[in-house]
Design a protein. Sequence first.
Length: 526
Amino acid sequence: MSSTPWDVGYIPYKHSIMHPEKTAIIFEDQPVSYRQLNEGINRCAHMLQAKGIKKGDRVSVLMLNCMEFLEIYFATAKLGGILVPLNWRLLGPELEYQLNDCEARFLFFHDSFLGSIDLIRSRLKVEEDKFIFLKNGGPQFPGFELPGCPNWAEEYKDIVAEHRTTEPVITEPVFMNDPISIVYTSGVTGNPKGAVLSHEQTFFKNFQIGTYTGSNQNDVIIAQMPLFHSGGLFIVATPSLNSGSTLVMRRGFDPNEFAEDIQRYRGTIVFALTTMWKMIVDTGKLDEIDVSSVRCVVGGGERTPASLIEGLAKRGLQLQQGFGQTENSAMMLLPKEDILRKMGSIGKPGYFTEIWIEDKTGKRLPAGEVGEIVAKGPTVMSGYWNLPEISAKTIVNGVLHTGDLGYIDEEGYFYIVDRAKDMYRSGGENVYPAEIEKLLLNHPDISQVAIIGVPDKKWGEVGTAFIVPKEKGKVIPVEDIQVYLKDKVAKYKHPAHIKMMTELPLTATMKIKKSELKEKYAGFKN
């Protein structure tokens, strides 16, 4: 059964009519109006039509943040195609799997990734005339020149230039329940799963973010999250443009530039994750700039140390922590007035999400009891691409099983305990690494920490803590860590092993990749 004929492509189109000269994007300090944005989108849409795009075709992009990324995204949405954004940190075999799993017909890629694509090109299902090359336009290193367009691809700027800026004629209507994107999520084991997101879910996420931030046409959004990630595309860029705001966007994240942008553009809403905020604070820039324009700071995460929240608050930045995942973005947010009173909470469910805690039998749990966080509502994904059995286990009777463990307090505020897959059992007791990580992040000598369970003959499993010290080269003995934790948590939760690190593996959104630590160090002994 079809739903309402409407699509996300109406967002730039409507704004281009209502306030065409309003600045939509400031990309690398260059303003782009809503009219210019929509014209670029339409050129791209006409080009895709000339290349024979059909409703439901998968259009993949392997690109850094840029205007063309948004043009391809919205053009694909207008035509009923399905955007597949690819993580540019992936290696050839990983890219090959995702491109072939979704059976991508088109591939847009930046010159920076030409080598990766060329190695796997002969094994891809992408059609020969649908490899499209773009220059990333970034700064060039002296003596190093990025390659030009290969003979097996076409250059984007050349093939869109010949097309019209008028709205494309749609031959097959796009409905609200049609898919708009497949976003792959990485797992600890097995291949990544493609979360299928619809136009309807995307609109409801726009509304949810709008209620959190109160965003409007006068807002200036500061964010440097990658567009290939659901957070960058569906929590920042799309809602920002939906509200008619101005989004300040850059190719990638730079902590100095991020802080300077807040003052330079008088940012009113700021998005950044915990690790990003720590890097920003470490630059010292926040003590030099004026942040008085900021009225809303969204980001954080379940491992945000109290010292960071308090440090930002002293500078006038009230960090509101939230919770979401690719399968259901922006599920909840902590109200600004509760930041200090409910330190550590991820807030309450948004207006378009219902959330509760369940045990393994499906029974709702009362306040204080740990169980799985489950959710329902119009922001939940449609399912996983070509994985009906896993989809049926993940979404049961319309209820999304997140795989995250948490609890609620007596006032209905939610707290994350950990990912179910990160929990380990030591001496028959459940240990949730996130609980210990939060405590250790307040240690004066620790910059970053991640804890995993490793096999142990006596206890079954014990914890190994991977620590990046604030002072380069400093070694923190395991005994010091255990003394620090002595009066804070039960002894069985203390990590038995410590490994000092110069850095931890991070995702493109600055989250620690525990899967990599588990693969590499699962048998580590001190």
